[in-house]
Design a protein around this ligand. Structure first.
Ligand code: ARG
Length: 426
């Protein structure tokens, strides 16, 4: 097994083993970070403080995680409930930006990492740690997001990433765990997939998922009902938005965290939000991810629809360009790039009138907008219909409009055709 001094350091923020005194470890309670907890003490002779961040990942028992950290020698063990901050300051801006990386991934992991790293910096400061340790591999995006944030907010703090450096195989890791009395959940079988989740979604990667030629294995999906098993009766969900923020479900006002959870439950019941995604990672690799994102699938669809209704064609033609840029910045770990704030300023401005109600019909894997209403709708039913119009719309003016509107297109077509004809004939 590699020693900490064996690997080359290519960034200034990578810790020199001799200088590591107290380490803030981002701890999930899983095998990797549990092995890290012992290994860092052993290899660096360092004290460990663990930080576990609650972003609404379902089915976790934080007392058990803290107990485990203490058993493995952590001098201090902290769990931070960051669900509200995550929802308000990360998920809500993403929703206003209709944020879908690569057109399909609602960025739940990417949104969580800068918050986790910010809390790690705060906790490191509060507990006198000089180094932050995380369990990311060297192939993923999460290392980029965490380290970008730490290096931005706290250039003086060092980082260690043992999983990236130690090159312990799965068997070695389990042997190490055995030797050091680390409980191995679920036996010695390698877990079939790499999972990450929070209140905005759940991802699975690796193993059988890597075979692009096969449909997703059934055992991947843990959150969302298979669409074919979903109820035969559709369910309508009426979502109220105020300035881009979802505030009520079927007329009941809810705090944002509750609203996201309730929307996810409804979507999951109806098989909504399964995404089979080919993804371009920041580090160059192309991978396949399987996502379960019921809340995002419903809310982004509803938000985008309402935004379209209250905005002009010019706003609609423009905003998706910024939305895409926003998603890319977030995906690639550049949460603190000033461009994000610039984009947020526009996106918030564009959302001032995104107020109204959208009804989404959930049915066997689909979430379809079936009704909308807004005091700011740029819509006049009396003008929109097939019948006679008056006032601001005169059908008699249309031919003149068409002739002027198409002038350049028609001219260019004619001129080129004539020139090409000359060239051919000549
Ligand atoms: N592909 C997604 C992303 O880059 C999900 C990553 C999940 N992370 C994990 N450690 N399993 O954001």
């Amino acid at each position: 097994m590699a020693e900490p001094s064996d690997f080359p350091r290519t960034a200034t923020y990578q810790a020199d083993p001799a200088e590591v005194g107290r380490v803030l470890l981002l701890y999930s309670g899983g095998l990797d970070t549990s092995v890290m907890l012992r290994w860092i003490q052993e290899q660096y002779g360092a004290e460990i403080v663990t930080l576990t961040v609650d972003l609404g990942q379902p089915g976790e028992d934080w007392d058990v995680v803290v107990g485990k950290a203490r058993d493995l020698g952590a001098v201090e063990s902290v769990v931070v409930d960051a669900r509200k901050e995550f929802a308000e300051d990360y998920v809500l801006p993403a929703l206003k930006a209709n944020a879908l990386y690569g057109g399909g991934y609602p960025l739940f992991t990417a949104l969580g990492r800068p918050l986790i790293a910010k809390l790690a910096v705060e906790q490191a400061r509060a507990t006198g740690c000089d180094t932050i340790a995380h369990g990311c591999t060297g192939k993923g995006n999460d290392q980029v997001r965490l380290e970008a944030t730490v290096a931005t907010l706290a250039p003086d703090l060092k980082v260690i990433a043992p999983v990236r450096e130690w090159q312990m195989g799965r068997e070695e890791e389990i042997a190490y765990a055995r030797e050091h009395g680390i409980p191995v959940k679920g036996g010695t079988e390698a877990p079939p997939y790499s999972i990450d989740d929070n209140l905005w979604g759940r991802s699975s990667e690796g193993r059988a998922i890597e075979d692009l030629s096969a449909p997703p294995p059934d055992d991947v999906f843990n959150l969302v009902t298979a669409p074919e098993d979903a109820p035969d009766a559709p369910e309508d969900l009426r979502i109220t938005f105020e300035a881009g923020r979802p505030v009520a479900l079927n007329g009941e006002r809810l705090p944002l965290v509750d609203l996201l959870e309730r929307t996810a439950e409804a979507g999951a019941r109806h098989g909504v939000g399964i995404v089979d995604h080919i993804e371009d990672r920041v580090v160059g690799l192309k991978v396949r991810d399987l996502y379960e994102v019921p809340a995002a699938a419903i809310l982004i669809e509803a938000h985008r629809d309402l935004e379209k209704l209250v905005s002009t064609v010019h706003q609609n033609e423009f905003k998706h360009i910024l939305d895409r840029k926003w998603a890319y910045l977030c995906y690639s770990g550049l949460w603190y790039d000033p461009l994000r704030e610039d984009l947020d300023a526009y996106i918030d401005s564009a959302n001032r009138y995104v107020t109204g109600e959208i009804t989404v019909r959930l049915y066997k894997g689909t979430a379809r907008v079936v009704a909308r209403q807004s005091p700011y709708a740029v819509y006049d039913q009396s003008l929109a219909g097939f019948g006679e119009s008056g006032g601001e719309f005169s059908q008699h003016a249309s031919p003149g409009f068409i002739e002027l509107f198409t002038l350049q297109s028609r001219m260019a077509h004619r001129i080129r055709a004539a020139r090409n004809g000359e060239a051919d004939g000549g």
